[in-house]
Design a protein around this ligand. Structure first.
Ligand code: PEP
Ligand code: MN
Length: 284
């Protein structure tokens, strides 16, 4: 990784804290928990998700509007209509939203409607997209490629930083292997290594790694134990009715329970959740 001078730590204690909004950050002591559906399906769906999660330790919402689908005949996302749904939700609930950008041509409109632009695994080495995201004034959540080495992952982040945007969040989401029981293999060794190599925040998406909802909560907790700065987890008001990734979606009660279960772990690791801050403030 000798070329990754901007992404690699210059001293072992260096860490970058990235602000999603004035009040929500990632990379500091507070863990960033993100929940939401694979895809934005309707205003009602996002309203239910936000209403349910706003009073839990979940601090940000996710939902794809431009969806990278294996089949060209599968639902491709609501596009701009979905962006307006996300924009409305983030203002009404005061929660930042994260959504995937698939092409350079989508950057401008996305940057006005969402708080974090996600680069999906299938685009991790879309170098023109990475370069273009260098000039955006919003954080980028860069997901590890389907079979990317850590060097390729780190160098992809270096593209964005070297083109002017220092706010990159790395996200481990599982890599391809031979076993089909899980969708991908969650590489927690990568989380430990990335935390040693880079000063950037490292998040984990256990949903796309597991591919099965019953594996998600324990993998999420394992990721936090391994040092992740946050989680991005798929959830849906009626998981089996999700238009995409139904099998891995938690319901909203399960999502809230997972978020709350992280509190004691966070404290044991010298970290905290959103609610711990609120509790500390009311007792101050
Ligand atoms: C997603 O977050 O819905 C997604 C498509 O993820 P990935 O790029 O990791 O497959
Ligand atoms: Mn998904």
């Amino acid at each position: 990784m000798k070329d990754a001078s901007l992404v690699c730590k210059s001293n072992p204690d260096q860490r970058t804290v990235i602000a999603l909004t004035d009040t929500v950050t990632v990379g500091g002591d507070t863990l960033l928990i993100v929940g939401g559906p694979c895809a934005v399906e309707s205003a009602e769906q996002m309203d239910l998700v936000a209403r349910h999660l706003a009073h839990t330790p979940v601090q940000a919402l996710r939902g794809g509007v431009f969806k990278p689908r294996t089949s060209p005949y599968a639902f491709q996302g609501l596009g701009e209509v979905g962006l307006h749904i996300l924009d409305d939700i983030r203002h009404r609930f005061q929660m930042p939203v994260i959504s995937e950008v698939m092409a350079e041509s989508q950057i401008e409109i996305m940057a006005t409607h969402v708080d974090v632009l996600q680069v999906g695994s299938r685009n991790m080495q879309n170098f023109d997209l990475l370069k273009a995201l260098g000039s955006v004034n919003k954080p980028v959540l860069l997901k590890r490629g389907l079979a990317a080495t850590l060097e390729e992952f780190v160098m992809a982040a270096e593209y964005i930083l070297s083109h002017g945007n220092p706010n990159v969040i790395l996200c481990e989401r599982g890599i391809r292997s031979f076993d089909t029981y899980t969708r991908n293999v969650l590489d927690l060794g990568a989380v430990v290594a990335l935390k040693q190599i880079t000063h950037l925040p490292v998040m984990v998406d256990p949903s796309h790694a597991a591919g099965k909802r019953e594996l998600v909560p324990d993998l999420a907790r394992a990721a936090i134990a391994a040092g992740a700065d946050g989680l991005m987890v798929e959830c849906h008001p009626v998981p089996d009715q999700s238009v995409s990734d139904a099998r891995q979606a938690l319901n909203l009660e399960e999502m809230a329970a997972l978020a709350h279960s992280l509190g004691p772990m966070a404290r044991a690791l010298g970290r905290q959740l959103k609610d711990d801050l609120a509790i500390a403030l009311t007792h101050a």
